[in-house]
Design a protein around this ligand. Sequence first.
Ligand code: CU
Length: 709
Amino acid sequence: MHITLYSILLVSTILTVCNGQLLEPAAELVKEIYWNLGDAKPAMMNQEENSNLCKNTKSMSLVSIMDSADQKIINRITKGANNSAGSNFWLGGSDLEQEGRWVWPDGTRIKYFNRWNSAPSLSNTQENCMFTSVWGRGNWLSTKCSMTISPLCEQSAFRLIDKSPPPPTIVRYNFNISYINGAPDGVQTSHILTINGKFPAPTILAYQGDILEVNVINSIQDGQNVTLHWHGIHQYGTPHDDGPSQVTQCPIKSHRSYTYRFHLHQSGTFWYHSHHASQYTEGLWGGFIVRKRVETVHPYDGEFTVKLTEWYHQSGPENEAWHLSTRSQGAPPYPDSVLVNGMGRYNCKYAVLKNRTCSYRAQQMPVFHLEEGKLTKMRLINVGGRAMFNVSVDHHTLVVVEVDGIEVAKPGKVVDAVFIAPGQRYAFLLKKNEGAPGNCGRFPIRAVLRTEYLFVVPGTNINPFPDQIITEGVGMLQYHNSVPVGGSNSVPVSKEPFYYSDTIPPRINTPQKFLTDSDITPLGGMTAPSTVDQQFVLNIQFGRDSEGIVRASFNGTPFQLPSGKPILMKMLQNIPLPLETIPLRLEYMSVVQLVINNPIDGPHPMHLHGHHFWIMASGKEGDGNFDPKIHPLRLNGILRDTAMVKERSYLVLRFVADNSGVWTFHCHIDWHNLSGMVVTFIEGEDEARKNIRLANNSTQLCRDHGIIV
Ligand SMILES: [Cu+2]
């Protein structure tokens, strides 16, 4: 098979690792060679560049796809090689030598075609070279290409990028999880659930192409189980490391450990959090940054990450027990404060009324040190359990370059502010406005809580003082004339903390231009497939269960976790799935459309595991249920992994079921996730049974609970 030949060539020319792994043409082979064309279309690549780039790859040829089996492998490789939405990769097919005669590099005629349904005709004389798209089913397109781009490598369009970054490696972390004492908002608590005794928990930093190994040790003092989910990471071939407790794994038992291990095929801003009970609302979350080995599209000099959440003075178990009781009447617990990178403030007078120790001196804000004149990337993650925010930086505009790990087409959208819901991420390049005041080089980053979305039933809340929440979280930019490149919150330029009791400049009340999803296009954007194979209509509902507890659901049946084996293990062993896990079967490689109708007040951020989806349509507040007759769909929208369905409105999403496994789809308001607004996609069962091999340590997790997998 041509694929094998190609793999061998790669190994002989580029890589010395991966001995004996040729039968598994996994992404580690490809990540080194960067075939990604990014936004450089072949006609735009200059000849000199091509010939230079190819010096190191002389004995290689571009890939041939002879049948659907090859196509599947190439889909895996290309999806693995770069996650920039719509990234395109050259194939060997061309009709450069003889117009209309399409051949592979070895001269064989192309018999198997997997062409995009709206691609120009192959008989068009302008169409000379084939490329394949990461998104969709890996469909092929042809394009105009210069005669110098022959399918043979001497003049091919392989694009080797600077080799200076570290070679792909295994990045290892040890995460020891336990409760610590602290006062994130000045109010003392013993219920901060965190890693290695640090709050916030460590940020994972790796490069695209690395393998991540995180050894998680469950040292939670009261014997709780735990899992971690890697939000936004697709987990190709490793669905058992996705993290949802009892969905894809047995949870890690008290005083046991488990090593998550997966490839970082994607790049961008991600995060990790517990996917067990309400643990992430107690602080069990962290940033997860996967840098590109070389930033070619939106380069920057330094970066920092802002993580926003609400905070509760009650413990997670207290909140959860209250929420899932008749007392809550379906309202989630009302938060006490807003935290920016784990720091916030609270009115100590009310803390005292709650018999809690409180200190204004402990109420600090994070400071981010920037170098004047350098280009800084600000990453933004909503790690909250229910809070939504408007975020802006005084006297700065934000050039949006990434959304949920998807790189945005150049030059990026310039806005003043963004709205961010739980689970969502952005990355911006910061631009200080012309004529901005000196401000001693200090400019607040403001996260303003959208309180209108904090549904509360009067008189019932577990929080006795919901009105006392201070709705603005602040982080401080501090410019310096010189700090080391890469200057960030980790650079100890100034040891002076900023206190909330210090003077914060008043908020500027000029109209702000907000980002909307329709403003942005993915880099090298491939449009959504134009036809749909499977559609699911999911109507958001709240209703009382047999015990009178108000539960959230799609279509009236609240999701319930299975007992015994997790859903993934049941699926792999062909064991019937409990109906209350709401199993929805997806045929491998089918195009799936989700219609989410939200007929009630309050928006919900929808998160899909294992995939990004195209946002086909997103109704405005009050637009009502989706009606294909009056609501147009858009094929060229942005891809995300978390999207909002607005109140009394609809959301239409589309994705390709190219990742066999079990993937949960749920509201990222953690309280709704816990009460049942969840469905389970059972994707490509036959493929999964053929290809997915559970690691020993994964089955041991279940044995620790007496469950034999
Ligand atoms: Cu929700």
